[in-house]
Design a protein. Structure first.
Length: 338
């Protein structure tokens, strides 16, 4: 069974609607368009974030009861009761006769919605614009399959890869536009991981702020790793999202625990010691590098020893995006598949 032209167009619209949802919060960004028997749009919806109705329910809430025949949704409808009820049951109860979706839900608990719908006699078509939809929620899909957060490692460095000057100062390597972009990254994350070294050297606030210094609506939880204590007067102790002092423990174990606590996107903003450890352990899904057209020289590189002795063993990345932000460059990179 294939999707009709109207259904494929509705899927494009559903993907655009999905983009209205938040990246942080542990849930995927999902859009839904309801069509009548003639393929006309009856209602639209999207998921507004964890704890709020899923896209299908949002769309149904905007439709005249009985008017919609087909639901076009970017992710397989869920089949479980979490903070909200199963979408499969809601669609069946609303009299939806056909469901067209893009990507299978890989979740061991939430998956199975397509099978439940078929069992109830609903026509189900999966895989429509699947590649586009999967690329759109890639971080969430990877985290869900692995049951560990998507990890973005961020640093700001000079042209010669220096993350601090000889005296340890690193404020501000980059200009205001790059820093604003960094605050956006924070707001799109559920947690920010840093090391005690950075806390003791910089006393960072690790809040997500706008250009005027005001707090953005979404704040990531700061997580500090390391045996040393966070000082009692540290700025992090006043963080609006609280503070997690993780102590000295295996990073994989910590990430697993953060995922279990609903944190699916983690941003690493640390000094060379922790940043190198995250990269060397293969835990970085993405690098966000802000490059300032400056030279500092000296030993304070953004990345320390990775245990690599020969060029053939270099970790290789694929450049996904390059942006110019004022005087600086912002690079988004992914590990290159072997
Ligand atoms: N340019 C940038 O983007 C940027 C960003 C952040 C910081 N910095 C600069 O970086 C410097 C601080 O560097 P840093 O390397 O000392 O800080 P760091 O990497 O943030 O913290 C290092 C500490 O993390 C702890 N840790 C916990 N688990 C670890 C693991 N698996 N592997 C390694 N470390 C682990 C250890 O703490 P314990 O010793 O307490 O166990 C270690 O000493 C400052 O000059 C700061 O300004 C620059």
């Amino acid at each position: 069974m294939e999707a009709s032209v109207e259904e494929t167009a509705a899927m494009r619209r559903a993907l655009a609607l999905a983009a209205n949802g938040p990246l942080a919060g542990g849930n995927p960004r999902v859009g839904c368009v309801l069509l009548d028997g003639a393929g006309n749009v009856v209602a639209e919806g999207w998921h507004h974030g964890a704890g709020t109705p899923h896209a299908e329910i949002d769309a149904l809430s905007h439709a005249v009861p009985g008017a919609a025949r087909t639901a076009v949704v970017t992710l397989e409808p869920c089949n479980h009761t979490g903070r909200t009820g199963p979408c499969s049951e809601a669609l069946i109860a609303a009299g939806i006769r056909r469901v067209v979706f893009a990507v299978d839900d890989p979740g061991p608990v939430s998956g199975g919605g397509a099978a439940r719908l078929r069992e109830a006699g609903v026509e189900v078509v999966g895989g429509v614009l699947a590649d586009e939809a999967a690329a759109f929620i890639e971080a969430w899909l990877v985290a869900r399959r692995r049951e560990r957060p998507w990890v973005t490692v961020k640093w700001a460095s000079t042209l010669d890869g220096r993350a601090a000057a000889a005296d340890g100062s690193s404020r501000w390597i980059t200009g205001p536009q790059a820093r604003a972009d960094g605050h956006r990254l924070r707001a799109e994350s559920d947690a920010i991981l840093t090391g005690t070294g950075t806390v003791l050297a910089d006393d960072p606030a690790l809040t997500a702020r706008d250009a005027e210094g005001g707090l953005l609506p979404r704040q990531p939880v700061p997580v500090v790793v390391g045996a040393r204590a966070v000082p009692s007067d540290a700025a992090l102790r006043r963080h609006p999202a609280g503070l997690v002092e993780a102590g000295d423990r295996p990073l994989e174990e910590l990430l697993d625990e953060l995922y279990a606590r609903g944190m699916a996107r983690v941003l690493v903003e640390a000094g060379p010691t922790l940043t190198s450890a995250v990269v060397a352990e293969g835990l970085a899904d993405e690098l966000a590098v802000y490059l300032a057209p400056k030279l500092l020289g000296g030993p304070a590189t953004a990345i320390g020893d990775l245990g690599i002795s020969g060029i053939g063993d270099a970790l290789v990345y694929e450049v996904r995006d390059v942006r110019r932000l004022g005087e600086d460059l912002a690079l988004t990179l992914r590990p290159k598949e072997a």
